[in-house]
Design a protein around this ligand. Sequence first.
Ligand code: COA
Ligand code: ADP
Length: 576
Amino acid sequence: MASEEKDEAGVQDPLFILECGEVYRNPTEIKMSQIVLPCHSNHCGELSVGQLLKWMDSTACLSAERHAGGSCVTASVDDIHFERTIGVGKVINITAKVNRAFTSSMEVGILVTCEDLYTGKLWQVCHAFASFVARRTTAGKVQLKQVIPHTQMEQMEYSLAAERRRMRLIHAEIITDILSSSTAQLGECQEYQDAVPSERTRVESVELVLPPHANHQVSTFGGQIMAWMENVATIAASRLCNSSPTLRSIDMFHFRGPSHIGDRLVLKAIVNNSFKHSMEVGVCAEAYQGGEPLRHINSAFMTFEALDSDGKPRTLPRIRPEPVEGKRRYQEAIARKKIRLDRKYIMSCKQTEAPLSVPWDPSNQMYLSYNNVSALKLMDARNSWVLTSEKNKVRLYILEEDQVLFFKVEMHVSVPAEQTFRLLSDLRRRREWDQYYEDCEVINQADDDDTIYRVTTPSLKKGGRGQDFILLASRRKPCDPRDPYVIALRSVTMPTHPPTEDYNRGEVLCAGFTICEESSTVTKITYYNQASPGVLPYISTDIVGLSSGYSSSFSACSDFLEANKANLAALSPSAV
Ligand code: COA
Ligand code: ADP
């Protein structure tokens, strides 16, 4: 583990000096530092994750309230992964800032680092994103002021926040769909000898919400509820492993409704399934006052491991689920494990790493689409591009970073941005202006935003084999007028379209367009591509100045857009 330690945790923006000479500090940034004391830890002397969640939630809430200028509540928290446990005596540093405000909700980024005061070492514990909503006033829903990003890092987080929000809002619906289709394929639960009956792990516990658990508006702190949920989940997990379990991750969750002082919170947990080295514990939090019916506040799924004395995961006993509901949760835990693994793989694929293509599967569509768009947005946020040539008002830039070459082509067209987006987002029409697009067909229309195409390009050598690409195109309309339209492209693999002998299978790591409205009639188009072996031959002669294929292609693109700008029949592929 020591190799993971960093002198400095997390990526820091370089200092940004304001015109007045002062160092810029994000106005919503809130910091909290705490020494981990025995009262914050479990019986093994490790910081309780529940306590950490409370600190994270209150720091983030103060940041949200600083931006909103009023009271805010926790709406949801994205998946959190905990890499390491933290011992008594260490210092926890938490930094939270608002990445972006939407209408009444905000995304707050939370960075947690741990510091060893004796060695001076500092390392990252986790990086989380929480959404807070400004409390309604008597005038109704609050309209928050915009966040204005100042640094490159803030610009990047601002841009990615829109993509994360999209994923958050569709998350519950998509997970429900995936669970029902995946569990149908799983069939009967497997019977294991010596399996532990799941009811042996069942926990039910009640908490009375008192003033210290709530804010000045008498609403229960989200972090407090998370801490109580973590507490019952840990008891359930301990009953299976008969030792002290370690919490590894919490899946994205949503606070469905508020809770107040005087509520009785009923927390229920059970081990839904156990795998070789990990188990999934589900927790449900419900509230009531007096004789009222129970209100569903939150449900969360937590993954635990049990570590041996060397810190290696121990083999866990298997679970025998209860009939009906228990069996359903057992099957759903298998499907959620697959979703988590797919997500981990997709999110951890660095743009520079092989394998380039990720298998397409309905269960990983949400993450692949997110990964596709966010990779393009990250390229868009880079600011050290070098202009290498300009021809016919088409500019070619390159950027070399850690042995990786990126290029971008920029031009302006006198076509409205929305029409430009419609015309460019149907890849089948690209052959009308790009000589390298020999053929293009839709092979899967996943939904309105995601389409998979097979594209063929001719051979650069006479008599050689052409290339084919299986490309996921993810389209996004702007979240607000300051955002660009985005068309992101990346290679995926599809079992229905394996490589053939007639073509070399080419791969695109990250490419696509951002389309910005400069005025109602003028649009800036930027095309990005991360050079991979599949695409480099098509651009390298342009980069070194031996040809100007890019400028003729993009001039042809401009002509194509002009010629079709009045054509309202330019429909998205999904509408075909
Ligand atoms: N994640 C992030 N934001 C979410 C969300 C989720 N899962 N679900 C809704 N929102 C956002 C909406 O996008 C909207 O944002 P916008 O105004 O910027 O567009 C905002 O919440 C309000 O949505 P609205 O449709 O007006 O209300 P709603 O009926 O969906 O309620 C909450 C959303 C969060 C206000 C409501 O579920 C709630 O009160 N939850 C409890 C919050 C709480 O008390 N937490 C503390 C612990 S109990
Ligand atoms: P689901 O049943 O679809 O998983 P719920 O929101 O009802 O969703 O519950 C979330 C999780 O909380 C369940 O998966 C289960 O692990 C746990 N849980 C729910 N009800 C109980 C209960 N009565 N006893 C113990 N644990 C429960």
